[in-house]
Design a binder for this molecule. Structure first.
Ligand code: FAD
Length: 375
């Protein structure tokens, strides 16, 4: 008898499953996808969209359309709770959705500092679509007068956002010389990367006019003033938060979380060890065999395994394990056509690094935008 598969979030790890809904339907199963937006945005190109290298349509997937074309059901809503004992999801609208099998790919949210007062010009790098709102608002203001923009976060997301903001304001018809873009990079800019990567990224950003500060942790924001734990304060007209990420709290609330960040605990089959009908991939999981970095690379690598295992579980067939593989290629888009590339001992920077990233990202989009991907 057919079962009800629910895909909770249409993120990067669900791409292959989303493209194969028709196949699951033909096997007699019902498929429902739940997500807060009709589109899913590819984060790797998010900073480039902020810098106006790409438009929103270039970096998003039409999830609702893809699901409905294959006779799946799409619910535009957010999951806020799980009751694993009775196999039920609770949505923000108050609706409840029952499942036989569920797979989570709900990504991660940004850790917020304490915010007091006006927050109209505070943005987070997730969800990616908010970066477009920031771009539009910043353009209007920066064309009219000098603005100060503060990006908070010492990792690659902060660096990419700051560099692409510089590109955005440089491209404007009038760029006020006093417009300032500051990156507040925690205690140490790109601390977890090798010295070569750190110093080159820093040099490229600074040459492009980004000011980098290492004031330590941001404690709170009060009426557009950033207040750091060390006592330093800085005003910014626009604030973009690219601080640490964490999975949704509902995994912990449901007692199915693992690891320090409270992600959905999954074994090597990307399956909950406590509830075998629960699967997951991407940033929202805590992979039992070993912790995985929160990078899209793993979500993409999980795709075929997650699809195989969901189909196998629905059909009563054998599951296969996920092997995260070795080191991965990272390329940072630092704005103004400049990139930094790193894989194992390989290191490269400049326009060629950006061009390679642009080529890889566009290839990824073309592969999945049509929804023709096979398992
Ligand atoms: C600015 C930036 C740049 C990055 N660049 C790179 C890069 O170049 N390379 C790289 O490997 N990694 C990069 N990363 C990391 C990368 O974004 C993540 O690792 C990747 O997005 C994880 O994919 P995911 O599918 O798990 O999550 P997401 O991409 O966040 O997708 C989650 C999906 O679930 C939906 N969703 C969220 N909450 C709910 C809910 N409650 N209910 C239902 N649906 C929900 C969302 O709308 C979204 O569609 C970058 C991150 C940022 C912030």
């Amino acid at each position: 008898m057919g079962k009800h598969l629910v895909l909770a979030g249409g993120g990067h790890a669900h791409m292959v499953t989303l493209a194969n809904i028709r196949l699951l339907r033909d096997l007699g199963h019902q498929v429902t996808v739940i997500g807060p937006s009709e589109h899913h945005y590819y984060s790797g190109m998010g900073p480039g969209m902020l810098g106006a290298t790409y438009e929103p349509k270039d970096i998003r997937f039409a999830t609702k359309q893809l699901v409905e074309e294959q006779d799946g059901a799409f619910i535009c809503d957010s999951i806020v709770g799980i009751d694993p004992e009775i196999r039920r999801l609770h949505l923000a609208s108050g609706q409840a959705v029952d499942y036989d099998v569920v797979s989570f790919n709900t990504g991660s949210g940004i850790d917020l500092p304490k915010i007091v007062g006006d927050d109209a010009t505070i943005y987070t790098v997730k969800p990616i679509e908010r970066l477009y709102e920031a771009r539009q608002q910043i353009k209007v203001q920066a064309e009219d007068h000098a603005v100060t923009i503060g990006v908070v976060g010492g990792g690659p997301a902060g660096a990419e956002v700051a560099g692409n903001l510089r590109q955005l304001v440089n491209k404007l018809k009038t760029t006020h010389p006093k417009t300032k873009i500051s990156l507040f990079a925690g205690h140490r800019f790109m601390a977890r990367f090798p010295e070569k990567v750190r110093s080159k990224s820093r040099q490229l950003l600074e040459e492009n006019g980004v000011l980098i500060h290492e004031y330590g942790y941001l404690q709170s924001i009060k009426d557009n003033t950033l207040i750091f734990a060390c006592g330093i304060t800085e005003h910014a007209d626009f604030i973009i938060l690219a601080t640490g990420v964490h999975p949704s709290p509902f995994f912990r609330q449901a007692g199915i979380a693992g690891g320090a960040d409270g992600g959905l605990l999954v074994n090597r089959y990307l399956q909950s060890p406590h509830y075998p009908e629960i699967f997951g991939g991407g940033d929202c999981i805590s992979f039992e065999p070993r912790p995985l970095d929160k990078v899209g690379v793993y979500a993409v690598r999980e795709n075929p395994i997650l699809f195989h295992n969901l189909k196998a579980y629905l059909q009563g067939e054998e599951l296969i394990p996920f092997d995260p593989g070795g080191d991965y290629l990272l390329i940072f888009n630092l704005g103004n056509g400049q990139g930094v590339l790193r894989k194992k001992w390989l290191f490269w920077s400049g326009t060629l690094a950006f061009k390679i990233k642009d080529w890889i990202d566009k290839k990824f989009m073309a592969r999945f935008q049509g929804g023709k991907q096979q398992g």
